[in-house]
Design a protein around this ligand. Sequence first.
Ligand code: PEP
Ligand code: MG
Length: 313
Amino acid sequence: RRAEALASSRGPGRTADGHTVQLMVNLGSPADLDAAAAIDSEGVGLFRTEFLFLDRENAPTVDEQTETYGRVFAAFAGRKVVVRTLDAGADKPLAFVDHGDEPNPALGVRGIRLADHSDAGRALLEDQLTAISAAAAKHEADVWVMAPMVSTPAEAAAFAAACRAHGIAKAGTMIEVPAAALRSGLVLDGCDFASLGTNDLGQYTMAADRMNGDLAELLDPWQPALLELVSLAAESGRELDKPVGVCGEAASDPQLACVLVGLGVTSLSMSPGSVAEVRAELATRTLAECAAMAAAVLHAPDAVTARRVVTEL
Ligand code: PEP
Ligand code: MG
């Protein structure tokens, strides 16, 4: 059934019984743009913008940013592009910002916190929103914008307000801090959508540095604790009728993608090379089967068992 589905894998993602799930690609560098745009997907679910800011002496100007975002929007004309605002900090330092001396950069002034903790950070966010808005006005892409590392409902609401001040219609937050998942109803109340960053959400849930290979077991995206937080956020999205997707690596694993759909997420954004396989796997399962997989995983005591119970279903 899977080989057949892979051979005919085209169009929007849907389960065997026709429940639709947006399948999108993650984009992190303009060098990947043409290849990413050529993939049969509904757009970009995570456009990482760090490449514009890292490894340079000065911040990019609004014009330079507008031009770069415009190229991406043009390549995805008629499709959705979710731009993530800058996720920099002492772990991904900027030459033109004083990040201070942080002993735990992953727990420091990172992502949206940079905008809330310094004038320089606030100016960077303002310029970026100006550029995104200007580029969106010139192109046909459906542009959504989200902030990384949101921890509280107040941060989510403040970000959405900043987006609206720039005329950006769809403002969302990444849910990659456990607090944001636990309070996802209130987070979503203040914005339009959320996207689960399972890489960081796993790191912070398991208190395991995602750069430390020795902790791979704890960082396994099949960890039931991580998936429980995904479930909470998806449930909040359902209650409020707002989209909640996944844009972390978890979405690239075809079996786990079905589990995520069973937990209730509405979109999956992944490395471009995974889209066909995820679409094919999804096409072999009904939504009820995905829900049964999700229930089994939530009852599993650990990641290894979670993976196994799903293959035995
Ligand atoms: C994540 O944390 O899951 C995510 C998608 O963002 P990044 O990998 O860029 O931190
Ligand atoms: Mg992240």
